[in-house]
Design a protein around this ligand. Structure first.
Ligand SMILES: Nc1ncnc2c1ncn2[C@@H]1O[C@H](COP(=O)(O)OP(=O)(O)OP(=O)(O)O)[C@@H](O)[C@H]1O
Length: 243
């Protein structure tokens, strides 16, 4: 099944076309990585998927539902959104951050929420005693893990990740890459993952979407992208890959 479907999306800001007739389907359980020059529209596309931006024309479907016809707040709770260095509530403990969506959705049993937080903190590879800390008391990599745990707490079947590991050192980044790939295999979640790092895009993606000027240059498996780059820009991108 198509978990996410974009149909002929057009979006302009200040008279500039940022997404130019973009159509795309992401299958359930697929890991799609997105790469392209700064400003080519990656984040704008991601924000279309959870209704943070509305298209000027075209349609977005999530699990077959046209999102212009459903409750957008409910939709956002079903879609995890993990962004670099941001997103955690600084005045809440890690536990409160993780259980935020279940709590605002009416799940008030403290013990049950504590159990959920304990389970998820372990799932993302952190120690239980971190639940009582505040985000500022965690490293960047640990904050990213909490962000992922929070998205999982919402029972998100879709995870949108905007350069989630961009600010991490190489060792932590590799550990996080392993972790997210394992989580995806284990939970079968659908992931759309923006990166500036072609190695990361090729390593994690079931398919890689190369974007330029609001259009798709190529959307293919890493193997195809490598062996049959459809455009000089793609070729250049892949050529810059450090083996
Ligand atoms: N809310 C907005 N109002 C006006 N212009 C916007 C808005 N959001 C994005 N833009 C513009 O749209 C273009 C695409 O932005 P977007 O954030 O989608 O790019 P990106 O590919 O994610 O870039 P980067 O890799 O630098 O994060 C940019 O020129 C940006 O300035």
């Amino acid at each position: 099944m198509d978990m996410i479907k974009l149909e002929h999306i057009v979006k302009s800001f200040g008279g500039r076309r940022i997404l130019d007739d973009l159509s795309l389907s992401v299958r359930e359980g697929e890991f799609l990585t997105v790469i392209g020059r700064s400003g080519c529209g990656k984040t704008t596309m991601l924000k279309m998927i959870n209704g943070l931006h509305q298209p000027d024309s075209g349609k977005v479907f999530i699990e077959g539902q046209d999102i212009s016809e459903i409750d957008i707040i409910g939709l956002r709770r079903r879609i995890g959104y993990v962004i670099q260095n941001k997103g955690l509530f600084p005045h809440m403990t890690v536990e409160k951050n993780i259980t935020y969506v279940p709590v605002i959705s009416g799940r008030k049993d403290k013990e049950e929420n504590r159990r959920l937080a304990r389970r998820l903190i372990e799932t993302v590879g952190l120690e239980e005693d971190m639940l009582n800390r505040y985000p500022s008391e965690l490293s960047g990599g640990q904050q990213q893990r909490v962000g992922i745990a929070r998205a999982l707490a919402a029972d998100a079947r879709i995870m949108l990740m905007d350069e989630p590991f961009g600010a991490l050192d190489e060792i932590t980044k590799q550990a996080m890459q392993e972790e997210i790939a394992a989580l995806k295999r284990k939970l079968g979640i659908t992931i759309v993952f923006i990166t500036h790092d072609i190695r990361e895009a090729m390593k994690l993606g079931d398919r890689v979407l190369v974007m330029d000027q609001g259009r798709i240059l190529q959307l293919d498996t890493p193997q195809e992208i490598r062996s049959n780059p459809a455009h000089p820009f793609v070729k250049q991108l892949v050529g810059s890959r450090v083996e």
